[in-house]
Design a protein around this ligand. Structure first.
Ligand code: NAD
Length: 323
């Protein structure tokens, strides 16, 4: 049975990787009325959105969050909450050209905050990233919500900028705002440009798998369904003005992760190819989620390896036949 009060929610970026997973999660676990606003960039899934439009609990509005007119069109009612996922999210693209990152991640978030000032929603969850904290050495403790912001690439700088705007709008106008900072997600619907899908698609085609630098970079992996569960708890019980870290507690060296995926797929390690390191490449991310666990009783539902096998199988089933 679907529990809880029915809320009308606006989800920005709901056609992207995490936003779409969140929409599916809500449609399964709750009976909320969902509006997705998304400009449908290359990173989105328009076919999945099209399928969802037959559900009376769902509506889709195409629009750009950095455009005032588009936003005004979506604000035809007061939402119980906005869950703000929309972003340009790929670090490599931001190194090539950060224009869209500035527009969507900074100006788009600003325009949403302006809407909040006029009462567009009773609260907003701003979805950010652990990358705003910068990088860690192997010996340092994981980032907490109190770690200083120290972004090292244009993408994370735009996310940190948006986090500061959210903080300032909470402090200045007492708007009901919360920020989440999650570690690297993985799961269904992730774009092929990202690390885990790149490994899977390259291996499926028996192509070389590009590994930046020495492959010793460490990331803390979070299964997207566990992330959705965390956002859902914050929506229900989170406190305005707070930041919540969401980490998987699954630190893995990039090279070890590649080897495990190759093992799951039955492919040889000879496919691995080391390439020149990414500019400004952070060495290690690790996130301390104690606050979320203690205050909101968040816990993960599956182990890292179970979720990884599920993810590899999903990508292989979805696209294996067409390769
Ligand atoms: P994604 O790139 O897969 O999807 C982003 C979605 O936003 C797309 O559907 C795109 O069309 C939409 N969008 C982009 N610009 C827009 C605009 N101007 N107006 C309206 N819609 C627009 O991203 P994701 O991986 O799902 O990430 C979602 C959020 O989570 C982002 O804010 C990202 O910074 C954050 N995050 C992601 C990860 C991760 O591992 N994927 C980790 C930490 C934080």
């Amino acid at each position: 049975m679907k529990g809880g009060r029915s809320l009308n929610l606006l989800i920005t970026g709901g056609a992207g990787f995490i936003g779409l997973n969140f929409v599916h999660y809500l449609l399964k676990s709750a009976s909320h009325q969902i509006t997705v606003m998304d400009s449908l960039t290359y990173a989105s899934h328009p076919d999945e959105i099209q399928e969802l439009t037959s559900n009376p609990k769902f509506r889709f509005i195409k629009g750009n969050i950095a455009n005032k007119n588009d936003l005004n069109a979506v604000m035809d009612q007061q939402y119980e909450a906005i869950i703000h996922f929309a972003a340009e999210s790929h670090v490599d693209n931001s190194i090539q050209n950060a224009d869209d990152f500035i527009q969507t991640n900074i100006v788009g978030t600003y325009e949403l905050l302006q809407q909040l000032k006029t009462g567009a929603a009773k609260k907003m969850i701003h979805v950010s990233t652990d990358e705003v904290y910068g990088t860690l050495t192997p010996a340092q403790d994981p980032f907490t919500e109190l770690s200083p912001l120290s972004p090292n690439n244009p993408y994370s700088a735009t996310k940190a900028s948006s986090d500061l705007l959210v903080r300032a709008y909470y402090e200045t106008f007492k708007l009901p705002l919360m920020t989440t900072r999650c570690s690297n997600n993985f799961g269904p619907f992730q774009n092929k440009e990202k690390f885990i899908p790149t490994i899977i698609y390259s291996a499926l085609q028996n192509k070389k798998i590009p590994i930046y630098g020495d492959g010793q970079q460490i990331r803390d992996w979070l299964f997207v369904e566990d992330h959705c569960k965390a956002i859902s708890l914050i929506l229900e019980k989170g406190t305005s003005g707070e930041v919540y870290n969401i980490g998987g507690g699954n630190e893995r060296k990039n090279i070890d992760l590649v080897k495990r995926i190759l093992e799951i797929m039955g492919k040889p390690e000879s496919l691995i190819e080391y390439i020149e390191d990414r500019k400004g490449h952070d060495r290690r991310y690790a996130i301390d989620s104690t606050k979320l666990q203690n205050k909101l009783n968040w816990e993960q539902t599956s182990t890292f390896d179970q979720s990884l096998v599920k993810t590899v199988e999903w990508h292989m089933n979805k696209f294996g036949a067409s390769i």
